[in-house]
Design a protein around this ligand. Structure first.
Ligand code: NAD
Ligand code: UDP
Length: 312
């Protein structure tokens, strides 16, 4: 198949492009390189089944494809809050453009949605039936509400136009190729530990997240796209739940770092807890994560060591 991946030069997108090429598909990678890197896809450029387009999803585009994975959108709070209006435009107009394209060429289209649609959840763990607790006017709203509106568009195109949609609600994912400067907790803690700097825990460190290793996540997206039993939304994430203090200590142990933990104020609207209920993914996709947190952290530590500390 010919498959379009928007945001294909980003962290998840580049791993997805790799997986699709390994499955024998042709891949069109579209990216505006806001948070994506040529480095991430450098090794794919020589593959004759891989093509790269610099383009912004806010502007319409044409392509003859069988499937579309819509990943274009900055994902870390620092990057999506850098230009919040652009973030909402990317989610909403990007969704309209990929859905319009999917309608015209009759392509199946998957939306990379997010656990952020649940906001600061009052139900735990979060099932797909939970409608969320999002502050519509806070600093995270550009991302959360943009993604919620994109889901609305996906389901309206599905009901009104018969577009063959899939919606994945992705929980925190980590692994090689995370950007060192994107402020996400795993990359921050690992780099701080490797440099011997203080580990910056926000709040009292009791807030929780559930971390999925990138290969598992990509496998979940691929399975969702490849089946016809459900359009979703489907939670994709690792149900293993950790406090940020636990994560900091694990990273310190794994890197044998002498870094100390320091505490900073909790950012506004930072969700208290997050854990996916993955019963639907297990039922419809036969999917559950395989990589344990420690193993994934080791691989990510090796990546950052290689990339940034190889001559020390
Ligand atoms: P990322 O920032 O590494 O990747 C996003 C990619 O989209 C980048 O390559 C960026 O340059 C590109 N992009 C941004 N705006 C664009 C635009 N207007 N036009 C074209 N390209 C644009 O982030 P990621 O972690 O790889 O996330 C990929 C997708 O998965 C995002 O949609 C994100 O919301 C979703 N997601 C990720 C996570 C996670 O933990 N990584 C969790 C939930 C959802
Ligand atoms: N966090 C932290 N220290 C950091 C970066 C993040 O304690 O240096 C916390 C952050 O406040 C949040 C959690 O880690 O509670 C996950 O943050 P991230 O930005 O990775 O993802 P998100 O909040 O979008 O789930």
């Amino acid at each position: 198949m010919r498959i379009l991946v928007t945001g294909g030069a980003g962290f998840l997108g580049s791993h997805l492009c790799e997986r699709l090429l390994n499955e024998g598909h042709e891949v069109l990678c579209l990216d505006n390189f806001f948070t994506g890197r040529k480095d991430n896809i450098q090794h794919l450029l020589g593959n004759f089944r891989f093509e790269l387009f610099r383009h912004d999803v806010v502007d319409p585009f044409k392509a003859e494809v069988d499937q579309i994975y819509n990943l274009a959108c900055p994902a870390s709070p620092i990057h999506y809050q850098y230009n919040p209006i652009k973030t909402t435009k990317t989610s909403v107009m990007g969704a309209i453009n990929v859905l319009g394209l999917a309608k015209r060429v009759k392509a199946r289209v998957l939306q990379a949605s997010t656990s952020e649609v649940y906001g600061d959840p009052t139900e735990h763990p979060q099932t797909e039936a939970y409608r969320g607790n999002v502050n519509p006017i806070g600093p995270r709203a550009c991302y959360d509400e943009g993604k919620r509106c994109a889901e609305t568009l996906f389901f309206d195109y599905y009901r009104e136009n018969g577009v063959d949609v899939r919606v994945a609600r992705i929980f925190n994912t980590f692994g090689p190729r995370m950007l060192p400067n994107d402020g996400r907790v795993v990359s921050n803690f690992i780099l701080q530990a490797l440099k011997g700097e203080d580990i910056t825990v926000y709040g009292d460190g009791s807030q929780t997240r559930s971390f999925c290793y990138v290969d598992d996540l990509v496998d979940g997206m691929y399975r969702l796209m490849s089946q016809t039993e459900t359009v979703g939304p489907i939670n994709l994430g690792n149900p293993g739940e950790y406090t940020m203090s636990e994560l900091a200590n694990r990273v310190i142990e794994l890197t044998r770092s002498r870094s100390k933990i320091v505490y900073y104020p909790l950012p506004e609207d930072d969700p208290r807890q997050r854990q996916p209920d993955i019963a639907l993914a297990q039922k419809y996709l036969g999917w559950e994560p395989k990589c344990r947190l420690d193993e994934g952290l080791k691989r990510t530590v090796d990546f950052f060591k290689d990339r940034f500390f190889s001559d020390t």
